[in-house]
Design a protein around this ligand. Sequence first.
Ligand code: BDR
Ligand code: CA
Length: 312
Amino acid sequence: MKKMILFADPGIDDAIALLYALRQPSFDILAVVAEYGNTFRHYALSNSIYLLKEGGRSDIPVFTGAERPFTGEAPDVQPTIHGPYGLGDLQPFLLIDQPSENIDQLIPLIEQHAEELTIVTLGRLTTLATLFLLYPILMNRIKEFYLMGGAFSVPGNITPFAEANIYDDPAAAEIVVQQAANLTIIPLNVTNDVLYPPRFFTEMEAAGANPLIRRLAEFYQRFNNQENGTSTIPVHDLLTLVAFAEPDLFSYGLYHVEVITAAGLSRGMTVADLRPLSEQPAGPLPRIALDVNPTAVLQHVFHIFTTQPSDF
Ligand code: BDR
Ligand code: CA
C-alpha cells in the first residue's frame, strides 16, 4: 500500500481526484490538508469533509492549511470555473465560520510515517512550503512528493506563461521545487493531453460510478464550452494521482527547475534547465512528466471508478 497525504483545494478536479484516491486500492490515505486556492479555505475544508463522507471514509483526518499566499494577496478564487463554493453548483456541506486551525496535529503523523510517505499536492504550495520552512529536517525524511503544477515551454492557464498552482504563490512553489527530494511534477504539458469527453462521465455513471463525478464534470464542461468552445475537459489533479498509482503510463525528464517569483508578465513561470545533467546546479532534480498515454489513462480511470472495462 502506498501511504499518502493529500494537499488540495477542492475545487472540481481536486474533488474528482479525491474520489479516485478513495477508490484506488493501492492507496492508504493518512490525511487530507485543505487550503485556499480554487475556493476559500473554509469551503475547501467543508468540501474535503463532504467528499470523504461521500467516499465512506470520514475516519480520514482533515487538517486546515493556508488561508492566503506568501504574497499577502487575497485568495484569487475561481467561482466561474469551480462554482461559488468550489464544487460546481453544490452548496457547502458544513457552514464553517471558524475552521479548526489544527495543522500542528499533522506533524506527528508525518514523523511516524516519513520514510514510507508520499505527499501529493494538488493546489497552491503555501502550506507545504511553510512546512519546509518550519520542519526542514523532518520534511527531508519524506520518501517522495507528487505535485500538480507548472507549464514547461507550453502556454499557461492563468496567464500566458504560468499555471495557476504556481502563479498564485510563486515564492512557495520555488521553496518546494528547491527543497523537496524525489519530486515528480505533473504539469500542463501532460494534463492538457488527457481530455475527457462528456460521454466518459455519463457512461461511467451508467456503469456504477458515483453520480457526483458526472455532476462535477458537467459544471466544468459548461465553463470550458463557453471559454474554449469544447466540452472535452482535462482533469489536472486526477492525472496527478493516476501518475502516483501508475507511473509507467508517463515518460519523464530530470531537470533543475526554477520558478520566476518576481512580479510582472513572467510571474509564476516554471523554467527547466535543459543542459546535460553534469552541467546542472547542485540540489534536487525534479522528475517532470512530459508525455502520457491518454487512452491508457482513460481506461484506467474508468476501471477504478466502476471496476468495469471501457472502450475509451
Ligand atoms: C490546477 O489549478 C487548479 O485550478 C486546479 O484544481 C489544478 O490543481 C490546474 O492549473
Ligand atoms: Ca487543485
